[in-house]
Design a protein around this ligand. Structure first.
Ligand SMILES: [Zn+2]
Length: 386
């Protein structure tokens, strides 16, 4: 069994009707004018064991740090995780989401709108005045399967209702379910380029717009995109690569004690999930508190000119395209400083986060065959004179 072979949270069953049946002719009956949004089914399943605790993950420091940074400041952009199978990628994301505090959501809303944020409400909620009932729900982690069609991802016309009742109803897709949570794509490098493009667009804007078959829907879709992939099985185009905020590498641990520790913990978890989780509850609680403090601290944390200048010099030295490198470097260093409770964003924060923020933004250099991580490390040495 792979190390990250956790049973996935039960996903709602896919729609039983063919959303892809573009060939079906629509009835000539006049469709109702209002566009309704169908409620999604309840997400919890008591048969699903508790999630493997984030604090129980052994090693993989860079990946865990990148995910924590994205949780402190989702505006850093998505996280790309490169590496071997069975290195706990999916486990880490689920563990992180599970330790985030439950979020208040409008009851019955398929987009899990935040009742405290009227501006971001969806078509389901915005037309309803008066009291909106709020409920606490877990932060969603949505898996995007490789074979998913665009309709399934963005949502589509509910054909069943259109055909049987002549109503134009919107069937929300995976992006609706991922709102305010995480969207996880295993093997993102095998996904269709245009779908990755679309996902990155929505992730950046926080809004999903669907215009088709006479439907026009806009709904909030703010999520942290996490893609994993094995670079040996297909590459992402550079234009897509550099739109991810952070890129981290994970490897199967090679030292004996770590391997033994990983196997021992996985076995203990599978034999007694509840008992195992209880043993790590305190450590998870401590991360949750640190995260909450970091989020509260972030808005007031400024980046000194010297740090910003160093970030720019680093990107110049590495020849990264555009200014996205600097921007991500600054934001991730700030989120890291917030997480560590620092008073200011220092060159040390910058140096530590530089490989994750920059390694996927380097152009191939035919004269330099060393790996991108080594090139970033060298530039950090040179520019920051550490
Ligand atoms: Zn809503």
């Amino acid at each position: 069994m792979p190390i990250n072979g956790l049973p996935r949270a039960a996903a709602p069953a896919p729609p039983s009707h063919p959303t892809e049946a573009h060939g079906i002719r629509m009835p000539r009956r006049p469709a109702s004018l209002t566009v309704e949004v169908r409620r999604t089914a309840a997400r919890e399943d008591p048969a699903v064991p508790p999630t493997f605790p984030f604090s129980a993950i052994v090693g993989q420091d860079e990946m865990r740090r990148a995910l924590l940074i994205a949780a402190v400041d989702p505006s850093v952009g998505g996280v790309l995780v490169f590496g071997d199978r069975g290195t706990g990628k999916s486990t880490a994301i689920r563990g992180l989401a599970a330790l985030l505090p439950p979020m208040a959501a409008v009851a019955g809303c398929p987009y899990a709108c935040d009742p405290g944020e009227p501006a971001g409400l969806c078509p389901h909620c915005s037309g309803r005045s008066g009291a909106r009932k709020a409920q606490a729900i877990p932060v969603p982690v949505v898996d995007l399967p490789l074979g998913a069609t665009e309709d399934r991802v963005v949502g589509a016309l509910d054909l069943e209702r259109a055909l049987t009742r002549g109503e134009k109803a919107f069937e929300p897709g995976l992006l609706a379910r991922a709102n305010r949570g995480f969207l996880y794509i295993d093997e993102v490098n095998l996904l269709d380029d245009h779908l990755v493009d679309l996902l990155l667009d929505v992730a950046a804007s926080g809004v999903n717009t669907v215009e088709r078959e006479g439907l026009s829907i806009r709904h909030p879709a703010r999520f942290v995109l996490v893609g994993s992939g094995n670079p040996e099985e297909g590459e992402l185009r550079p234009q897509l690569l550099d739109r991810f905020g952070l890129a981290v590498e994970v490897t199967t641990p090679t030292d004996l004690p770590t391997r033994i520790d990983v196997v021992r913990r996985r076995d203990a978890y599978e034999r007694d999930p509840a008992g195992f989780c209880a043993a790590y509850a305190k450590a998870d609680r401590s991360i949750r508190k640190t995260l909450a403090a970091a989020r509260a601290r972030l808005p007031a944390l400024t980046v000194p000119d010297a740090t910003l200048e160093a970030a720019a010099r680093l990107c110049l030295a590495l020849g990264t395209d555009g200014l996205r490198g600097e921007l991500t470097l600054m934001r991730t260093a700030r989120a890291l400083a917030a997480y560590e409770g620092a008073e200011t964003v220092s060159l040390d924060h910058l140096a530590r986060i530089a490989p994750s923020a920059l390694r996927h933004r380097l152009r191939r250099n035919p004269l330099d065959e060393s790996g991108s991580t080594a090139r970033v490390a060298r530039a950090v040495e040179d520019v920051l004179a550490r």
